[in-house]
Design a protein around this ligand. Sequence first.
Ligand SMILES: Cc1cc2nc3c(=O)[nH]c(=O)nc-3n(C[C@H](O)[C@H](O)[C@H](O)COP(=O)(O)OP(=O)(O)OC[C@H]3O[C@@H](n4cnc5c(N)ncnc54)[C@H](O)[C@@H]3O)c2cc1C
Length: 509
Amino acid sequence: MKVSAYAFLAFGALGLSLGSTTPKQIAIIGGGASGSSAAMYIAQAMQEASIPCQITIYEKNSRLGGRVQSFNVPATNLIVEAGASIFVNINYNLMDAASQFGLNVIDAGIEQSLANPPNAIWNQTGIEYQTTGNEAVDTAGMLERFGAYTLQTVSNFVSEIVTKYMQIYGATTTAFNTINDMLVFMGVQDTTTTTAQAALDAFPDLNQLFLTERVDISTRVNYGQSLAQIHTMGMAISMAAGSSGGLQIQAGNQRIFERMAAASGASISLNTPVASVAKQTTSVGDTQYVVTTKTGKATTFDAVVMASPPNTYHDAAIQWKNLTSGAYLSNPGALSPPVNYYLIHVTFVAGVLRPSYFNRGTPTLNMNIIPLENYSTQGGSTVLPWTSLSHEYVLTTTDTFNICKYNKNSTSVITPSAVFTVTKLFSPQPLSESVLNQMYSIRLWTKSVQHYAYPNLVPRSGSNMPPMTVDTQLYFPNAFEPFISTMETSTVSSRNVANLIVRDFGGSS
Ligand SMILES: Cc1cc2nc3c(=O)[nH]c(=O)nc-3n(C[C@H](O)[C@H](O)[C@H](O)COP(=O)(O)OP(=O)(O)OC[C@H]3O[C@@H](n4cnc5c(N)ncnc54)[C@H](O)[C@@H]3O)c2cc1C
């Protein structure tokens, strides 16, 4: 039945099927996870409330997806994720959408021909500790290394928080005015006010080795922050993501958001940065916004959804005009502590790693490697220029051959002893040629992208989160990010924005 609901969406969004009322004009700035899902949920909710609307998505880039960026390794069918790479099966909005759009959801490991790859921890001189990739053996190893009490206590604590968070799915038609209202509804206000370290310290006798090797590494990998910096919810989400098996869209995670945007029936303007948004009041006292693109095209809307982090974090800053004094988007830096986004460089290499770089003799390094030492992906490392290395694919000879040909490299490098892989590196700075040459004996293809990936998840109270409604009929789903920043939570927040819009236009949400 849901499929037919989507089929009708396009007509509702175009204002064609809902009588003579003038459709509400809604602008969405940004076509990432937030903007694309907002378009779909707004179209759906407005149609259900019988309020005709027309939606326009403005996206500065030539593609939808934003921080979700999927592309092919050249000359192969292999897809890599340069932004958000995994979700989990309790991410109901993503799972639902994948099912509605017929997108195949796969285990991240299986697609990469490295089911359950070993994880290794790097100390200052080389690999100190590694899992085997065999679940039974690794579980026994964890019990021995960390003890049952610590494993059980932390697991219970995390699942208690996640269970509370999941209550948000029982309120999919509720319009929450603020992030704080959402936190109160879920009963998780205390998860943002303390550091994860303080929350874990409240349990007596936890094995500190587990906190260092597992919990702290998990928060650093997911959010670039240590336990002493990140709030408790950030830790719980990082641990939950690590423990329940990562999923991906087989055709690339970006597809899910392209399909959401298409299903909304919105008019989609790519390569169209918005330069300014000016609030105005009509002769009958209604609020409207004039959205002007960088090329000077001005269009008037009844509501605007700003579906992107604020100005400081993208190269298409927006001038906000006539907003109510002190409105967040005009001056996001006024929030204390400020919501700072972490810049991450993502580098892919198709080539051959040098085992000697990792103090190892064996040529096969099909594992994910995370340094143990205490650094953040923002601050960087004192001894290593990269903060995680993951194996995406072990290349077949055919793929290696095709990449060689594509790059006009000599195929004579394809010897039986050379293990060609596609690896992904995160680093706080661009990786220099000299560093890459130290790490790889052969490089057939190297590609780097950068993203302002996620905000610092420092402790702050629910009432000190950015506003979901910035001004009359001006909405900001990214207000959710200092609480949790993921693809799924972008959709959760955007669904709330859709409910707010319906309510503000007199619907019954
Ligand atoms: C490297 C990396 C790894 C990650 N890993 C995961 C993960 O494994 N799982 C997970 O769930 N999440 C992960 N995330 C986080 C996830 O990607 C984000 O939480 C989510 O994609 C945010 O989506 P958004 O739409 O709110 O913002 P964005 O994706 O930033 O979208 C904003 C959009 O607005 C556009 N825009 C900005 N200014 C303008 C303007 N003036 N005019 C027009 N358009 C404009 C931008 O081009 C962009 O497309 C990761 C992120 C990164 C970068």
